[in-house]
Design a protein. Structure first.
Ligand code: ZN
Length: 275
């Protein structure tokens, strides 16, 4: 091993240490250099979870084999990175829940090389709705600076209808990206432009709620507008692109993925097969 190479490795680690602290350095480096280490444990993970992801995640079905491999790899990595807390104080949380929650984050950050939002550390799972002391009412999910709370009942409900633009997991993971948005300075201009179009639409929604494409709750504030737009981006992308092309276009740029294009490609493929 040459001295220059050792100096290079030392510099890379020093930069990583200064950037991220001692925790997760290796993980961050692997992500930054897009290096996948496929251990036997990873291969076993794919064998076990591939059929379950096919059943539970419509997004996963739309991916080609290489993308599915990336999705599995990222899901497992997210799962290992996050702490899952059982709010029921029993043996409520299962591996399926951990995989599915991690997969929902892998879905919305699929276009990014750095798919781990830096501030998200913990997922708290409840069986059903739970009482929020902050809002003084029962809620299905909430996202804070470093953790997200989810009702498992409504998590599952969200994936039952894949086109109704209602998906708790995608909504809350949308909030995670919103909370972390300052960590993505390269997206800053795009987010500002998205905000400009979003504000126009929110004003229209308040004036004419009956003709709005996005659900009423989106007009509450920019954070809810973003979270509801994330749900719609994945559950009704073609319609979203037709009805609100500027907002859809900015989201596709920020997320670095074009869901309408992906869905359209699959549909075209199917019709070619039929004819
Ligand atoms: Zn929300």
């Amino acid at each position: 091993m040459s001295q220059d190479f050792l100096i290079f490795v030392f510099i890379v680690f020093a930069i990583a240490y200064l950037s991220y602290g001692s925790r997760d350095i290796l993980n961050k480096l692997l992500i930054a250099f897009n290096i996948k280490i496929k251990t036997k444990a990873y291969k076993d993970f794919v064998i076990l979870w591939h059929p379950i992801l096919i059943n539970k995640f419509p997004f996963y079905v739309l991916l080609n084999a290489t993308e599915q491999d990336t999705f599995c790899y990222r899901t497992r990595n997210i799962m290992r990175h996050l702490e899952f807390v059982d709010a029921e104080e029993g043996e409520f949380i299962t591996e399926t829940m951990e995989v599915c929650v991690s997969a929902s984050l892998a879905q919305i950050t699929f276009g990014w090389q750095d798919y781990l939002p830096p501030n998200l550390k913990k997922i708290v799972l409840f069986k059903d709705t739970y009482y929020s002391n902050l809002f003084h009412r029962d809620v299905k999910g909430l996202t804070f600076a470093h953790h997200t709370m989810l009702s498992w009942r409504y998590f599952e409900e969200g994936f039952k209808d894949e086109t109704d633009k209602l998906n708790l997991a995608l909504h809350e993971m949308g909030h995670v990206l919103w909370v972390n948005r300052k960590s993505y300075p390269e997206e800053d201009e795009e987010i500002k432009e998205w905000e400009w179009f979003a504000k126009q639409e929110m004003a229209k929604m308040l004036d004419n709620p009956e003709t709005a494409f996005l659900r009423e709750y989106a007009a509450t504030n920019l954070a809810e507008m973003w979270a509801c737009s994330i749900e719609t981006f994945f559950e009704a992308p073609v319609e979203f692109k037709q009805k609100l092309p500027e907002i859809y276009g900015k989201m596709a740029k920020i997320l670095n993925q074009d869901m309408a294009g992906r869905v359209g490609k699959i549909k075209r493929g199917r019709s070619t097969m039929i004819s």
